[in-house]
Design a protein around this ligand. Structure first.
Ligand code: ZN
Length: 375
């Protein structure tokens, strides 16, 4: 097992690689931009001796797969190359070091994760300890927009793996993420009947009024104790004040900690009835990422990681988050997964996004140890 000290010497190289990746801006919605990062990642994987395959996408960026060895039962490293930052953010907020922190759009979420993965693999190749199992690195292009173009590939590669390591950032205290909420949406559509708001008020059926009842009901589905939140975040309806509106629409963000809560929300959506006579309402629940539950598999996987971490001199802790990642898809398949293996830091999706440079060596050492020592 390579000691952390070996990786301390690598810190400038890791920072250099993160900077190189972050200085190619790559919002999920800009295929050409994400593909520029993909080209660098593919080149780096090839330099490390991987067989590289590019999974071409029509609108999103291409997914990049690097593979060493053949067959199933290997370890899959999962990263995403896209960020939430539009091209041009870098001009305003260049990558910079301040007080031992590396700031910049996408450095923490998660260009650093890619750099950690590449560095851990390079060190294992150069210094020994390369895993006996096949190793696959998958760098996706659309995690921040729901992984619509990469989900099938993630699930296909995960089903073949014995362990999946997800390089999303750690929590601010460095905890791995052993539970994540599932994410989805409720769409509410109300229909009424238009009429002159002054002349024929009684003949109209106000779709906004109808919708208002269901907005309140949707909000009340929130159950903090169960880990469920529903937040209506967008509302539209009507044309002008002197017309009774015949259509209105609302969309809500949905988070659930357990599958049973998704089922409760689905039953609510199916049984929704209009309140106003002559109006109609329809609710559609879509769960994009299923919840990642801290179940027996998760506890056993984390326990093994803790043992390996302890041999390195690290005391690994675990935490949970309301945000989903591609680890949710893997966990739902029952495949062992460890998430939050990226660096310490803060401010994902925020202006103050940064990572703690001093954490890079130990996180890379941990990743190398997990790869080399996984039983
Ligand atoms: Zn991320």
């Amino acid at each position: 097992m390579l000691p952390i000290e070996d990786f301390v010497q690598q810190t400038p190289a890791i920072v250099g690689l993160i900077r190189r990746l972050a200085e190619i801006e790559s919002p999920s919605t800009d295929k050409a931009a994400v593909d520029r990062v993909g080209a660098v990642v593919a080149e780096e994987l090839r330099r490390l001796g991987a067989a590289v395959a590019v999974d071409k996408q029509m609108t999103a960026g291409n997914n990049v797969v690097g593979r060493w060895g053949a067959g199933s039962g290997g370890i899959l490293l999962l990263c995403h190359m896209d960020t939430v930052w539009e091209v041009g953010t870098l001009a305003r907020r260049p990558v910079r070091v301040e007080d031992g922190r590396l700031y910049g759009p996408g450095v923490y979420d998660m260009k650093a994760g890619i750099a950690l993965a590449l560095t851990a693999l390079r060190m294992l190749r150069e210094r020994g300890g390369w895993p006996a199992r096949p190793v696959t690195v998958l760098c996706t292009s659309d995690e921040e927009t729901g992984s619509h173009g990469s989900r099938a590939l993630i699930e296909q590669l995960a089903r073949d793996a014995t362990l999946v390591l997800v390089l999303e950032p750690a929590t601010a205290t460095g905890a791995l993420k052993t539970a994540r909420k599932g994410t989805g949406e409720i769409e509410l559509v109300a229909r009424g009947r238009s009429a002159h708001a002054g002349v024929d008020h009684a003949l109209g059926r106000n779709a906004i009024e109808e919708l208002a009842h269901h907005i309140l009901a949707a909000q009340r589905l929130t159950d903090y104790a169960a880990g469920t939140t529903v937040s209506v975040g967008r509302v539209s309806g009507g044309t002008r004040t002197n017309v009774v509106p015949d259509a209105a629409r609302a969309e809500a963000d949905v988070r659930v900690a357990v599958p049973a809560e998704a089922e409760r929300l689905a039953r609510w959506a199916e049984s929704l009835q209009p309140v106003l006579e002559g109006a109609s309402v329809k609710a559609t629940l879509t769960i994009n990422r299923p919840p990642m539950v801290r179940d027996a598999t998760m506890m056993a996987t984390f326990g093994r990681a803790q043992e390996i971490g302890a041999r390195l001199g690290l005391d690994l802790t675990e935490g949970s988050t309301g945000g989903a990642s591609d680890a949710n898809f893997v966990a739902a398949l029952g495949v062992p997964v460890l998430d939050g293996l990226g660096p310490l830091g803060d401010g994902a999706h925020a202006e103050h996004e940064h990572l703690v440079i001093a954490s890079l060596a130990e996180r890379t050492a941990l990743l190398a140890a997990l790869l080399g020592e996984w039983p």
